[in-house]
Ligand binder design. Structure first.
Ligand SMILES: Cc1ncc(COP(=O)(O)O)c(C=O)c1O
Length: 442
């Protein structure tokens, strides 16, 4: 498959052109990538059109658009596309509570109302187990019917929702299903595909950079063939939130990825998953259980090894392993076909060390948390746009959340702007180690 963006940019940089144009480094070496870091060279728009057409074919969508600003941009664009379907009146979106901060900011800017869907059982702020049955019940209770449903699958911990079942329920109500598939671009290449576009979702955002060989920031916005009427507004919706100076290095990386995805990738992915399964079995056999998760994640519970999150990550780093995320409840490792055998070997050695050398004598209690909707004093939009002050969590009882309180990663709001911090909410903040909160100034 051709890579037109790469061809154009490489051709430009080879011709030794005098660059009286942006960017200011003029192609001189500062970090090493400047030669290929170009601005709007002649023909670049056509090159992207062609490249995105290849991506559209690969993902089997009505349209696949590139983002060089992550799923953060694609998520906001999905909401803007919806808004364009309803120019008068406010959007209402029924959303699973584990939404990434990008969703919240997008909704605030577009003045959309959010109805939160909570999990039946609270496991972690990143997880929100919404079943089709639960969604149907929630939709029955909504009057009027919301304009769309928004879920995250896979989530940061590797849980996958029944997207097919959720899409069917949405379509019974004639509303679209939007999926934050930031962690699941690769799902298209499983046999059979588990990608939201193949399971009936109407739009989804994929962070190509999280699971595919793409530079950080490279992402897709996909629109399903069954939702073709949304395509016309997609480009402008991206423009609404995007920089006018996209990184063509990231664009070229998405462009290059097409040939990989349409070539050897599915086979390499299959082999990689078989290897990860083998590693998980080996860990299990050595008394190191892993948690269930989507195939490219290895998820461990530090508590099962008598470790705190901090202690657990310290040992992983001692064995030269950089995990994606570790807290007291979960350690998330993300793998792709580009991990090497040495990487897995280090993990086996680190886990053997961890199992044999517990950090704690006994497990500290983690208070169970019941999912509940905090009281709300103002809309998310009002609270986000209001003046804020940063205060200690200890002084936050009764205050209204200004900036969404997220632990980073996974950047999922523990409390959402406009909500009142009650005693249960204080407990939740402390559980996730949040020591200061940005509240609305009184
Ligand atoms: C579930 C989820 N959604 C969205 C995002 C935002 O993606 P990006 O970093 O590509 O903007 C992230 C980032 O980690 C994420 O974990």
């Amino acid at each position: 498959m051709r890579a037109p963006v790469n061809k154009l940019i490489r051709g430009f940089s080879r011709r030794g052109i005098s660059r009286f144009c942006m960017p200011g480094h003029k192609g001189k070496r500062y970090t090493g990538c400047e030669k290929l870091d170009v601005t709007e060279v002649l023909g670049v728009t056509d090159a992207y059109t062609e490249s995105e057409r290849y991506a559209t074919e690969i993902f089997g969508t009505a349209a696949t658009l590139y983002s060089s600003e992550g799923s953060t941009l694609s998520i906001k664009a999905m909401l803007a596309i919806l808004k364009k379907q309803k120019p008068e009146g406010r959007l209402t979106i029924l959303a699973a509570r584990n939404a990434h901060r990008a969703f919240l900011y997008g909704a605030a800017v577009l003045d959309a109302d959010i109805i939160w869907l909570y999990p039946e059982e609270y496991t972690h702020l990143s997880a929100c187990d919404i079943t089709p049955k639960r969604l149907r019940t929630a939709l029955t209770e909504c009057d009027p019917t919301p304009d769309a449903v928004y879920v995250t699958s896979p989530d940061y911990l590797g849980n996958i929702l029944d997207v097919k079942g959720l899409a069917e329920v949405c379509h019974e109500y004639s509303i679209p299903l939007l999926v934050d598939n930031a962690h699941g671009a690769y799902l298209r290449f499983l046999e059979p595909s588990l990608h939201p576009m193949d399971l009936g979702a109407d739009m989804c955002a994929d962070s190509a950079h999280k699971t595919l060989p793409v530079l950080t920031g490279g992402a897709y916005l996909h629109i399903n063939k069954s939702a073709e009427h949304l395509v016309a507004d997609a480009r402008e919706a991206m423009t609404l939130f995007a920089s006018t100076s996209p990184s063509h290095l990231i664009g070229a990386s998405l462009d290059r990825c097409n040939s990989y995805l349409s070539g050897t990738y599915p086979k390499r992915l299959e082999k990689c998953i078989a290897l990860i399964d083998k590693v998980k079995s080996r860990l299990q056999a050595h008394g190191c259980p892993t948690e269930s998760s989507e195939p490219l994640k290895i998820v461990l519970d530090p508590r099962k090894y008598l470790y705190t999150g901090v202690g657990f990550s310290k040992i992983l780093r001692k064995f030269k392993i950089e995990p994606e995320m570790v807290d007291d409840e979960y350690a998330v490792l993300m793998a792709t076909p580009d991990n090497t055998l040495r990487d897995y070997l280090r993990l086996l050695l680190a886990m053997r060390y961890i199992r044999k050398n517990p950090e704690l004598r006994e497990l500290p209690e983690l208070a169970p948390i019941t999912p509940s909707a905090p009281a709300r004093k103002m809309s998310a939009r009002e609270a986000i746009l209001a003046p804020h002050e940063l205060i200690s969590t200890d002084d936050a009882l009764g205050r209204v959340v200004g900036a969404p309180t997220v632990s980073f990663p996974p950047c999922v709001p523990i409390l959402v702007s406009g909500e009142v911090i009650g005693s249960a909410e204080l407990e939740l903040l402390k559980r996730y180690g949040i020591t200061s909160v940005e509240v609305v100034r009184e």
